[in-house]
Design a protein around this ligand. Sequence first.
Ligand code: NAI
Ligand code: MG
Length: 492
Amino acid sequence: MEVTLKERYCHFIGGEWVEPQGGKTFETVNPATGEVLARVAAGDAHDVERAVEAAWQAYHQSWSRTDANARGKILYQIAEIIRKNSEELAHIETLDNGKPLLESRLDMFLAAECFEYYAGAATKLEGKTVPVFGERLDYVLREPWGVVGQVIPWNFPLLMAAWKLAPALAAGNCVVLKPAEQTPLSALRFCELIGDVVPKGVINVVTGFGPEAGAPLVRHPKVKKVAFTGSTEVGRQVMAAAAANVADVTLELGGKSPQIVFPDADLDAALEGVLLGIFYNAGQQCSAGSRLFLHKDVYDPFMEKLVERTRQIKVGDPLKPETQMGPLVSREQQKRVLGYIELGVKEGAQIVTGGKAPEDPELQKGCYVEPTIFVDVQNNMRIAQEEIFGPVLCVLRWSDYETMLQEANGVQYGLCAGIWTRDLLQAHRTAQRLEAGYIWINQYDVYAYGAPFGGYKQSGIGRELAFETLYHYTQQKNVNVDLSGKPSRWFR
Ligand code: NAI
Ligand code: MG
């Protein structure tokens, strides 16, 4: 499919394409080829101000009076638009991000499903009544915050936008969204497509870099709710900035998730799950199963197959149908990941496969890294503690259950975990003892709308994808009514 990109993209504010006030733009690059795809507005505080104002106006003039049923219908229409244009959007995603087309298509499918889930949920968000003392009626309303500020990363660009936009709109908010500077194009194309369906100002997109465009958004006094996905380091800054306005915050941050293989596991299934967990999207996922705890009794045969299968992964042009792993998102990310590989070697871990950028001359212009596996990893090494965010698996051999659990929990993160065993009692017991927000038993990386996704510890605050996500996007208003009709005297 031929995708026609514009040479230059502006901000989407109040339903219009708005020039960046400072006149600055930046290049967005295809990480598979190094080719410049387009120039995009580099937003600053002035652009954010306009966008927040547009969202504020839209909220007060129309969206706050649009009932839940009508909002739900608009979300269904958005889902329909994504489905109809999924091939084009998937191509744009692959060009801008580098992920294989198959994965981009899945992202579009999941983005549409996300809007559908929240389309249906919009009319089910209810308040409550409270049986208070005396002749009184007490009821609680769930009201939107008004303007929500959302900052998203580059690993699943349009899907992350969907995870953020859908619940915020369903709950009745207007949004200013800042996409990642590495991958702004799918969100911009999305804005072009939804222009006729979504009232002006309900969705606004300001593109640009974190400090210039993200920071003014999350510290804006009219933004009463901030939602962020990205690194833990920036997550802390976002939370601190929101604190200045006592704004509510949800954060989806990093992970260093364990995959635990017991000796009685279905090893073929575990093998597939381990491969998917670390090499899907070239390991650039917060949920990546980046630490494999492999029981000593199955260690050798499992590793033999794992290494063999890893060597067979087809790394290359993400537009080719046979490609299984594309480049990383940027030169910077490639350098970061190669830096971690170097560090792992210095720390004393052994590379059993991969470990460098591929030598294939055809791939030199892209930001590729070979699928890499480290063995002889100690849990206190930096490669076992820090989020690498690339196709790098750390393998730890275990024999004592308690020690393994301690190590599995022995990181600052607590996002996901995978448990592989045929003993379901063992599996559920282990799930109870893991410090993680999302756990899979005998599978990995499977998400379901309705099931709350989010982290323990420094992996974040709040939950996405679930019905209760709507609670994060609303505040409660309690109304207490006297029904007695008699004046209650305090001062006599
Ligand atoms: P990042 O956390 O800097 O970027 C994520 C988003 O935050 C982008 O839209 C960026 O423009 C924005 N941002 C940056 N600084 C900001 C600020 N001061 N205020 C408001 N917004 C700001 O992540 P980056 O630099 O792209 O990647 C670095 C590492 O972060 C990765 O190697 C990975 O470990 C982690 N990461 C985790 C993600 C996840 O899904 N949990 C997603 C992306 C990155
Ligand atoms: Mg790009």
